[in-house]
Design a protein around this ligand. Structure first.
Ligand code: TRP
Length: 335
């Protein structure tokens, strides 16, 4: 059987929320179980340094995200699960690629351009607050992908350009130094659900409208109670399609339950009651994972061991590829 190497990274900033579960974690774990896929899932902690200079936050987010994925069923025996910073070949490859990647290509990166425009709009120097890390972000991402010769890279729309840049960088390197890299392809799943947040916009840490995944039961309840609704009273029919409460319900319910709630909306279920039912449904699903999450967070040694094992299993591969790259560019032993 031809296996497809499918690789994706998660930038370790912030605390995982329900939107991450529905939009990224669930589909990635499901995909990793396919027999024809060799899955690579890593914590992009070097990328986190671009966004945060708070050491405690960097360390904590990495741990929370690792524990979250494991608690939700990622099987480290089945998936290559590792920390980017535990694979030093990635950083070394990143430098070699930096020396070969066109600066003009990086100038076109959306994330960098957005930062420059924000500065210009604010009347600042265009480079204000922009680090070399932000500018070179796509090169490091290319190294992540190319070090394991990934075929497919599942990403959100905002990351397609970066995967295309990785492909460009690989192509140029292959042209200059010989056929070393597989050309990766971005894969965007249009069926991935985008969960609405408390205010009805996309649930996102940058909007501050999230419901954390593994807070306490009480915090989950509080979060759900904060979801914005309209002023319709109990007994008045409500439009399910215009409701964050209903949308969240659907993300956790099966077909019959969805139909049941749709009818309840049309029959005028009160917002308080709908939220109580939503809380119970979400909590039923999260409670066992929350328990596992707690155990993992409280046992950092176990977490550490899992990630170390993940890196150890991969380093022979990254080392082999890097040795070829070194040789190709002329970093060779004298004898
Ligand atoms: N930049 C990605 C994001 O913010 C995370 C990431 C880092 C990544 N390296 C990657 C994704 C390599 C896919 C492949 O979402």
């Amino acid at each position: 059987m031809n296996v497809t190497r499918v690789l994706t990274g998660i930038t370790t900033t912030g605390t995982p929320h329900l939107g991450n579960l529905v939009g990224a974690i669930r589909p990635a774990i499901a995909a990793s179980k396919r027999a024809d896929v060799d899955a690579y899932l890593f914590l992009a902690d070097l990328h986190a340094l671009i966004k945060s200079s708070d050491p405690l936050a960097v360390a904590q987010s990495s741990r929370e995200i690792a524990a979250t994925w494991l608690a939700l069923g990622l099987d480290p025996a089945q998936v290559h699960f590792y920390r980017q910073s535990d694979i030093p070949e990635i950083t070394e490859l990143s430098w070699v690629l930096t020396c070969n990647a066109a600066k003009g290509l990086m100038n076109r990166a959306h994330a960098y351009k957005a930062a420059v425009h924000a500065n210009q709009d604010a009347g600042e120097d265009p480079d204000f607050g922009i680090t070399m890390g932000l500018f070179s972000y796509p090169v490091l991402m290319a190294a992540d992908i190319l070090i394991f010769n990934a075929h497919e890279v599942p990403v959100g729309r905002d990351q397609i350009q970066h995967v295309e840049m990785a492909r460009d960088i690989a192509q140029r390197f292959n042209h200059n130094f010989g056929d070393i890299f597989t050309l990766p392809k971005a894969v965007v799943d249009d069926n991935v659900s985008v969960l609405q947040g408390l205010d009805g916009r996309k649930m996102s840490k940058s909007y501050g409208n999230t419901i954390p995944l593994f807070g306490t039961e009480k915090q989950l309840k509080k979060g759900i109670n904060k979801i914005k609704t309209n002023l319709l009273e109990p007994g008045e029919a409500k439009d399910p399609h215009d409701s964050t409460v209903f949308q969240l319900w659907c993300a956790f319910a099966d077909e019959a339950e969805r139909e049941f709630m749709r009818q309840a909306f049309l029959d005028g279920i009160g917002w308080g009651e709908a939220k109580t039912q939503l809380f119970e449904r979400v909590n039923d699903e999260l409670a066992p994972a929350r328990e596992r999450y707690r155990q993992l967070i409280d046992d950092p040694q176990q977490l550490e061991a899992i990630l170390q094992a993940g890196a150890e299993r991969l380093r022979p591969h990254s080392a082999t590829l890097l040795a070829r790259v070194r040789d190709a560019v002329g970093l060779r032993p004298y004898a």
